[in-house]
Ligand binder design. Structure first.
Ligand code: RNT
Ligand code: ZN
Length: 418
């Protein structure tokens, strides 16, 4: 027996003493797919513009060496990251990550421009999710895309949205897994608008036009992502939370909550239960970490990450929630960023699964708040890390910090030569 297994056996007994079956928990964790985002690998630049400038709507900071410059480099980096993450997952692609020798604009993309990604995903046993790209493009005029007052601008982006859904349908068909296609639109004003209504009406109509094409939901499910404010759109974002909650619920679209898109003390963990009652569709998350004005720091094991995981697990929402990641830090090794954020998300789910939820709910129903507090506090010291390490060992990925050595070697051998 390895030390890791020995420690697992002890942890198993400890958890059994409070009625938790760790073997069953590990089976459950094995089933959870995380939709890991491609854009951490190259600071959201993509391959549409050769110089990969971020020209509006989104920004990443930092210049750590080794960013992927081509689809092949990005895939190599992704393979490295996935090899250090337990389980089988999905990759979340953005339209600007097309892989083709043709010069195509966003309103011209077709499934064939993403064929290499599909071939690779099949090889790797990965599913694919998708995102139309409504930023970093000359047709984003005055900070607006789908809600721009000029119809020509809106039509350009409507066409991009329609084509994106066809790419997603192709992913779903080819890979035999539903592709979740997320619509995030940065449109907004830096300063206080006079008319808050018209841009929202235009956004609503543009989205309706995009979604007018029927696509089998076995292949593609659309999700809509809100935001409170962005860089250069501090006063007003067209696609606010209320906008997309209304839109999603009336159009039967999935609602995506990004952990970094709300007021500084507002949390998405407290929203999942309510939304799950009213949304017929699955919920989708962008697990992220807000820091002051930024919404996209690497996910760490903070209270909100654990609360998100608890809400999903305690309310039996694992089958109703698509867990995506969204962060991009260009000041650290990008493969490490993926590994840290993805493993943390899985670890938080594991911690939540290792709770005797039924017993805790019973205490609460008896209004025994003393025992509830005693349990939830003591549980924090239970040996979840021994269960996690065993999960990693069982999945053939490095235990504890060992993954870092592999990333450092990869940096020396590959990333440093870029
Ligand atoms: C930006 C949104 C959005 C993007 C990706 C790249 O604030 O969170 O999800 O991060 O589309
Ligand atoms: Zn997001």
């Amino acid at each position: 027996m390895t030390t890791v297994e020995q420690r697992y056996q002890e942890a198993k007994a400890t958890y059994a003493s409070i009625g938790v079956d760790t073997d069953a928990v590990l089976k459950q964790l094995q089933e959870v797919k995380i939709s890991m985002h491609c854009w951490q690998g190259d600071d959201v630049k993509g391959f549409l513009n050769p110089d990969g400038e971020l020209t509006g709507g989104i920004m990443s900071t930092g210049n750590y060496p080794g960013a992927a410059r081509t689809p092949d480099e990005l895939r190599a980096d992704l393979e490295k990251a996935y090899s250090l993450i337990p389980g089988k997952h999905k990759l979340n692609l953005h339209a600007i990550y097309l892989d083709t020798d043709e010069t195509v604009d966003l309103n011209e993309i077709e499934p064939k421009h993403f064929e290499k990604w599909v071939v690779w995903a099949k090889e790797q046993g990965l599913g694919l999710d998708f995102n139309p790209t409504f930023f970093s493009h000359p047709m984003m005029k005055d900070g607006f895309t789908l809600s721009h007052p000029d119809k020509e601008v809106r039509d350009y982006w409507i066409e991009h949205g329609k084509r994106s859904r066809r790419v997603a349908e192709y992913f779903g068909k080819e890979l035999g897994q539903t592709c979740y296609t997320n619509f995030w639109v940065p449109d907004g004003f830096k300063d206080n608008p006079v008319d808050r209504l018209s841009p929202r009406k235009r956004l609503m109509e543009s989205l309706d036009a995009i979604f007018s094409e029927e696509i089998d939901e076995a292949y593609n499910v659309d999700t809509v992502e809100s935001k409170l404010f962005g860089l250069g759109a501090e006063a007003y974002t067209v696609g606010s939370h209320e906008f997309y909650m209304g839109y999603g619920l009336t159009r039967n679209k999935a609602i995506l909550l990004d952990a970094g898109h709300f007021h500084p003390t507002e949390v998405i963990s407290n929203k999942l239960s309510s939304l799950s009652l009213f949304s017929e569709k699955n919920l989708m998350l962008h697990v992220s970490r807000p820091v002051r004005w930024d919404s996209d720091h690497v996910v760490i094991m903070d209270d909100e990450l654990q609360d998100i995981a608890k809400e999903i697990v305690r309310n039996n929402l694992l089958d109703k929630t698509v867990i995506g990641l969204d962060f991009f830090d260009a000041t650290i090794n990008r493969v490490a960023a993926w590994v840290i954020g993805t493993r943390n998300t899985q670890k938080a789910l594991l911690k939540a699964m290792l709770e005797p939820t039924a017993e805790l709910k019973e205490l609460e129903n008896k209004f025994d708040f003393t025992a509830r507090l005693a349990y939830t506090e003591e549980l924090k010291d239970f040996p979840y890390a021994d269960v996690w390490n065993y999960f990693c060992e069982q999945n053939g990925v490095p235990v504890g910090l060992d993954w870092l050595k592999e990333v450092q070697a990869y940096e020396k051998e590959i990333l440093a030569t870029r």
